[in-house]
Design a binder for this molecule. Structure first.
Ligand code: AMP
Ligand code: FE
Ligand code: FE
Ligand code: ZN
Length: 293
């Protein structure tokens, strides 16, 4: 019989805590630090009401909400995963990459997010100037009020246009002025795939492709996996069961984790609730194992 050497003790040998069966695990939530409506604490309060056992805060290009969300989750007994959602340029398309278990204090991450915030500000000023030339007066302060101190995005501008009575609803704002190719649209500087994946990994995070059924760039998945993507957001309110089964198969093929989340923004009652698109507990366990917690 072959002699087996005992394994040395591993620092992370204990299994991560397992959330209760049946309680949703929502790994895609936005707060007012990006384009969500709620403070991180209020978001966690809503998650508690929804019976969530574990959640990730995944603000666009921002980690500012993480300390508050972590503390609120601790108080509520919800397992907290620090996350982010990055916009990534692929040709003229934009895909979204989630990062789980990131160290929000990482220097490179902070530095890059500061650059992105600065670029968003420049771009907002350009869009406001374009609107001004078209006779639509909106000030940067108007948009800042809407953004609640968080990063500046087109959704804030659209909501400002509604609030000031320039358009009837958000859709009209995009259709008339700020949707891609419309007269006041200005594109923003996006990270490329490699930069975004490396940024998440360098911050200790696990990169996962967000809502692949919305992005519809399945041909990229193999390439993304080679660059370090470890999962697909399989369970997502806008995915139908055909999407879910397709992406589950891809997870099996490429040995990826299948995560899920609601993409809740606190926007109103038409929105899918917190907990829709829940991550299966087994998949969540795998994710916890792959994070450097
Ligand atoms: P930004 O990252 O600033 O370019 O803003 C993109 C965000 O604007 C998306 O995440 C959506 O929330 C929103 N958005 C983009 N296009 C539309 C649209 N046609 N209708 C409603 N919201 C949109
Ligand atoms: Fe958003
Ligand atoms: Fe997204
Ligand atoms: Zn999102």
């Amino acid at each position: 019989m072959k002699h087996r050497r005992p394994h040395p003790p591993r620092p992370h040998a204990l299994p991560p805590p397992r959330p209760p069966e049946g309680a949703p695990i929502d790994l895609h939530l936005h707060s007012l630090h990006s384009d969500g409506k709620l403070t991180p604490a209020d978001l966690v309060g809503r998650a508690k009401e929804a019976g969530i056992s574990a959640l990730a805060l995944t603000d666009h290009d921002s980690v500012r909400g993480i300390p508050e969300a972590r503390e609120a989750c601790r108080k509520e007994g919800i397992l907290f995963v620090p996350g982010i959602e990055l916009g990534v340029g692929v040709g003229t398309d934009e895909i979204h990459l989630l990062g789980y278990g990131i160290d929000a204090k990482g220097r490179t991450l902070q530095h890059t997010l500061d650059l992105l915030a600065g670029e968003r500000l420049d771009r907002m000023e350009k869009m406001l100037a374009a609107l001004g030339r078209l006779g639509v007066a909106v000030s940067l302060d108007d948009v800042r009020v809407e953004a609640g101190g968080g990063i500046l995005g087109r959704l804030h501008l659209a909501a400002t246009l509604v609030r000031l009575g320039h358009v009837g609803d958000l859709n009209e704002a995009f259709r008339r002025w700020i949707g891609a190719g419309r007269p006041a649209y200005v594109g923003r500087q996006l990270l490329n795939i490699r930069e975004a994946i490396d940024l998440i990994r360098e911050a200790g995070g696990v990169p996962v492709l967000a809502h692949p059924g919305v992005t519809r760039r399945d041909e990229l998945i193999e390439y993304l996996v080679r660059l370090g993507v470890r999962g697909l957001e399989v369970y997502y309110p806008k995915h139908d069961f055909v999407d879910v089964s397709r992406y589950r198969k891809m997870c099996a093929k490429f040995d990826l984790m299948a995560t899920g989340g609601s993409d809740f923004h606190g926007a109103g009652k038409d929105e899918p609730p917190i907990g829709s698109g829940s991550t299966p507990p087994d998949e969540f366990s795998k994710l916890l194992y792959s994070m450097h917690l």
